[in-house]
Design a protein. Sequence first.
Length: 346
Amino acid sequence: MLTKTQLADLLAEFGEPAYRGTQILDWIYKKRAQSWDEMTNLPESLRVALAERYPLRPLKHTLTKGSKDTTRKFLLELSDGRYVETVLIPASPALYGESSDRHTLCVSSQVGCAYGCKFCASGLDGFTRNLSAGEIVSQIILAEELSGEKVNNLVFMGMGEPLANFKNLCEALEIITSDWGLKIGARRITVSTSGLVPQIRKLAELPQQIRLAISLHGPDDVTRDKIMPVNRKFPVAELFDALRVWNSKKNQKITLEYILIDGINAGVEQAGVLARRAASIKAKVNLIPYNTVDGLEWVRPSDANCKRFKSVLSKAGISATLRLEKGHDIDAACGQLRLKKEKGAL
Ligand code: SAH
Ligand code: SF4
C-alpha cells in the first residue's frame, strides 16, 4: 500500500503521467479495488508492473471470533504465513470518546513484541517482525469489508509496540488520515505505547493531532519495574517529562492505561500515587481489570477492589473509567488469539 509521494515517485520511474497517481489512489482507498486488474482506466502494462511490486491485498482473513453487535476479533494471515489480529469494538462510549455510534478498530503494529511486559500475551514469544504500513492499513480495509461498517475510531492497541515501528507507523498514519487515503480524523486515532521516551518526543512533532495513550500499569518505579522491563530504560520521571513535552504540543488529554492486577498494582496507596501523577499532566485514566492469559499467573482483583481503586482517583478529581470489559470471552487481550493459532490450538 502506497502513500501519495511513493506512488508519484514510482510513476515517474515508470515514465507515467502524474494524473495516474490520482486514479490509482482512488482505486485503492476509495473504490477499494481487490486487484490491480480492476483498474481498467490504467494501461495493462502499468497494472502488470504494479502487481509485480505491490500486492494490493497483503492480508488474508482466516477466522472471526465474536458476532455482530459484539466485539469481533479477526485473525489475519500475512504473506509469510504469520498471523496478526485486529479487533472491532462496536458502539463503545467508554472507550476514548463520548458518542455511541463509534466503530473502534484495534490494530496491530508488529508480529509479537520485544518489550516483554510480564502480563501480556503479545510479548510471550518475543518479537518476530514489524508490520509494513500496508499491512497496518489493510487491517482497517479488511475489517470494514468483513463487517460492512465504517471504522471511525482507531486505536493502536493490538499486538506490538507501535513506537518501535516508527517509520511504518508514520507512513500508515499518513495514509489513514489523508483526504486521498482513508480519511479518518487524526483526533479519532490513539497510539498506545509502553513508554518509549525518544519516540514520544518525536511523535509530538507530527503535525496531526493524534491522541496518545500510555500503558502505565504502575505509578512508581518499584511497581513498574516488576512488570514492565521497559521501565528500567525509561523510568517514570523521564516518561512524564516526555509527556509534558507532548502536552505542550498537543491539545488533547493523554490517557493513562492501567491494568489492575491483584497484589501487584491495585493497592489504595498506589491509587493515590497514580492520582498525583495523572494530575501532574492533566491526564485521564482508563482502568482495566486484568484479562487472564493462559500460562501467566496474574489475576484480576475483586470488583470491590477495582471500584475502591477508582474512587480514590475520582475523589482526587481525576477523570477515570473502569472499563466494563468487552471481548473477555473471545481472547480479546492483545496477542492471545494469534498465540493459540500458532500453537495449533485453533
Ligand atoms: N505496546 C503498546 C500497544 C499495545 S496496547 C502498549 O503496550 O501500549 C495493548 C494494551 O493491552 C496495553 O495497554 C497492554 O498493557 C494491555 N494488555 C496487555 N495484556 C493485557 C491483559 N492480559 N489484560 C488486559 N490488558 C492487557
Ligand atoms: Fe509489548 Fe505493549 Fe504487550 Fe508490553 S503491553 S509486551 S509493550 S504489546
